[in-house]
Ligand binder design. Sequence first.
Ligand SMILES: [Fe+2]
Ligand SMILES: [Fe+2]
Length: 287
Amino acid sequence: MTGFNDQVIEEFRQNKGKLGGMFEGWELILLTTIGAKSGKRRTNPLGYLEIDGKMVVVASSMGSPRHPGWYHNIRHSERVTIETGTETYEAIAAVPPAPERDALFAKVVAAEPGFAEYQAKTTRVLPVVTVHRIDDRVRGMGDFLVEVHDWLRGELKTLRAGVGEIVAGRADSLTMENSLHAHCVSFCEALTKHHTGEDMGAFPMLAQRFPSLAPALAKLGEDHVVVATLQRQIRELVEGYVHGESDPRRLRDDFETLAGKLEAHFAYEEETVVAALNVTAPAPQFG
Ligand SMILES: [Fe+2]
Ligand SMILES: [Fe+2]
């Protein structure tokens, strides 16, 4: 079968995506996934459909009892490469939740009734996968997340600079302390809101569609708890701060710890979920 696969791939590339024989009349792509076990790139010729403006592939294996290897691979890593014969691009593969899968499959069958026959041959529910091109020109939800992080980074930097001034005894400490208090409260509220939004909205949505992201999402959720504890600690220090009595160096040390944890968290989040988030929704528009 591997020899056959290689032959089809070669013919596909040579003929700009057009194939004869058993593939005559099919809209085909080459899907390259990363092997779940091997970590190596695996390429499969695959029929696809375009439904509601989305590229859709079905893990049918022509109704055989087991899921095709590429489906296991995308559950392990959502990053894929698509070749259409005339162009090659990077994409993200998503596994829609059951109700959405069922609605898509009904449309697949309406367009290509052969898939109903494949489904009838097996007890497994044929998985439906949507493929989303990574397009850097479109500002997506992931890009918005990075913008929020950058804003929070800037706020934290200002706060730390303020604490530094107080520790150094520069400027008017009392005025600085008062503004630090107000600024600290608004920063903490913004950060809490951001993390709550992720915990309640973005992360469960990503977990549903991208099984490969489960370990990263679990770690990110744990980070939120650690950051919330640190934040509470800082808020208590700021709220209980008495001018001329409290030691600002404790405040400074706690801010340093929070900044370190938060930067590591933002960086990991940006590395793991931004691309997937970008293909799931456009960035919100304000004003
Ligand atoms: Fe987060
Ligand atoms: Fe975040």
